[in-house]
Design a protein around this ligand. Structure first.
Ligand SMILES: NC(=O)c1ccc[n+]([C@@H]2O[C@H](COP(=O)([O-])OP(=O)(O)OC[C@H]3O[C@@H](n4cnc5c(N)ncnc54)[C@H](O)[C@@H]3O)[C@@H](O)[C@H]2O)c1
Length: 303
C-alpha cells in the first residue's frame, strides 16, 4: 500500500507502450521519479522525452526483462540513483498463439522469458532491497504489481504458451502476496489481469528477437493472430482506465485488478473453478460466446 506517491520511485517494465506507458503517465502526474524499462529503443526514447517534460526525474533503460544479467545491471543502477524503488510494475509482455503442440522451443523460450522470467527477475532483484528499506524505516511503504492476464485464469484454446506463462504469474504473485505477509506489513503485492484492451500487444512480433526463428505461421497461428487483433482492437476499456485501476489498487492494497469486472467477464473464472472442485472436465471457455468457439472449431477442422 502506498498512499502518497510524491517523490517516490517507480520501476516500470514495458514502459514504452500500453499499460506500462499509461502507468508511467499517472506516476509522473503524481510526482514520482520514474525508471522506464523496455526493449524497444525508439518507443522508449519517445516515452522518456514525453515524461521528462512532466518535470520528474526519468531514467530510461533498454533492457530485455528475460535476461537475468541485464536485469541485475538495471537493479544496481536503480539502487545507485534512487535507492529502493517504492513501486515495481513487472509488466512487459508479448503475445503468441497457435495450438500448444505447434510452438518451437525458441518461441516457448521467448514468451516464457519475457512474460514469466521478466516477472521472476523483477521480484528476485527488487523485493529484497524493498524489504531492506522497510526494515530500516517503519514508515517506508512499497508495492509490487505483476501483470498476468485473464489468460492466466481461464484456459482459452489456441494460445497455450501465453496461458502457461500467465498462469504461472498468477501463482507466483499470489505466493508473493502470502510470503510478504509472513515477513512485513510494509510491502504489498497486486496482480493485474486484463481482458482485451487496445494496446500494441497484438503487434508483439515487433519485439521478437532475431534468434527466435520466424517460421511461416501455421493456420492455427494465423487464426489466433486474427482473433487477437479483432478482440484487442475492439476492447472497450482503455489502457489509461486500467492504469487508474492499478494505482487505486496500490493505494487501497487490493490484490486482484481486473480490467473488466462484469459478471460476464468474471463468470468465466468462477465457472472454471466450479467445474474443477466438482471434478468435472474443463468447461467450454467459449460458453459465454459459443459462436466464437464454433467458428474456431470449424476453421481448424476444415483445414
Ligand atoms: N492488451 C491486452 O489486451 C492484454 C490482456 C492481458 C494481458 N496483457 C498484458 O499486459 C502487459 C502489457 O502489454 P500491453 O497490452 O500494454 O502491450 P504493449 O505491446 O502495448 O506493451 C508491452 C511493452 O512491453 C515491451 N516488451 C516486449 N518485450 C520486452 C522485453 N523482452 N523486455 C522489455 N520490454 C519488453 C514492449 O516493447 C512494449 O513496450 C503484458 O504483460 C501483456 O501480456 C495485455
Amino acid at each position: 500500500m502506498i498512499e502518497d506517491f510524491r517523490d517516490k520511485t517507480a520501476v516500470i517494465t514495458g514502459a514504452a507502450s500500453g499499460f506500462g506507458l499509461a502507468c508511467a503517465r499517472i506516476a509522473a502526474a503524481r510526482g514520482m521519479s520514474l525508471v522506464l524499462v523496455d526493449v524497444q529503443e525508439d518507443a522508449l526514447e519517445r516515452a522518456r522525452a514525453e515524461l521528462a517534460g512532466a518535470g520528474v526525474a526519468v531514467m530510461a533503460r533498454v533492457v530485455d526483462v528475460a535476461s537475468g544479467g541485464q536485469m541485475e545491471v538495471l537493479a544496481t543502477a536503480v539502487q545507485q540513483r534512487f535507492g529502493a524503488p517504492h513501486l515495481v510494475f513487472n509488466n512487459a509482455g508479448v503475445g503468441s498463439g497457435g495450438l500448444v503442440w505447434e510452438n518451437s522451443v525458441a518461441e516457448w523460450d521467448w514468451v516464457l522469458g519475457v512474460n514469466l522470467w521478466g516477472v521472476i527477475h523483477g521480484v528476485r532483484l527488487f523485493v529484497p532491497v524493498m524489504l531492506q528499506a522497510a526494515q530500516a524505516d517503519p514508515a517506508w511503504r512499497g508495492h509490487v504489481v505483476n501483470t498476468a492476464s485473464m489468460a492466466g485464469l481461464v484456459a482459452a484454446p489456441n494460445m497455450g504458451i501465453y496461458n502457461t506463462a500467465k498462469a504461472a504469474v498468477v501463482n507466483l504473485t499470489e505466493t508473493l502476496y502470502h510470503d510478504l505477509k509472513l515477513v512485513t506489513d510494509q510491502v504489498g503485492a497486486s496482480l493485474l489481469c486484463p481482458y482485451f484492451v487496445p494496446t500494441n500487444i497484438m503487434d508483439s512480433a515487433r519485439n521478437r528477437p532475431q534468434a527466435v526463428a520466424v517460421q511461416k505461421p501455421t493456420r492455427a497461428q494465423q487464426i489466433s493472430q486474427a482473433m487477437l487483433e479483432q478482440a484487442v482492437s475492439h476492447g472497450k476499456v482503455s489502457a489509461q482506465e486500467v492504469a487508474q485501476k492499478v494505482f487505486a489498487a496500490v493505494e487501497q492494497d487490493r490484490f486482484y485488478v481486473f480490467s473488466h469486472e462484469s459478471p460476464r467477464a468474471l463468470g468465466n473464472i468462477s465457472s472454471r473453478m466450479q467445474a474443477m472442485v466438482e471434478l468435472k472436465n474443463p468447461i467450454d471457455p467459449f460458453a459465454q460466446a459459443p459462436e466464437v468457439g464454433a467458428r474456431l472449431r470449424k476453421q481448424l477442422r476444415e483445414g
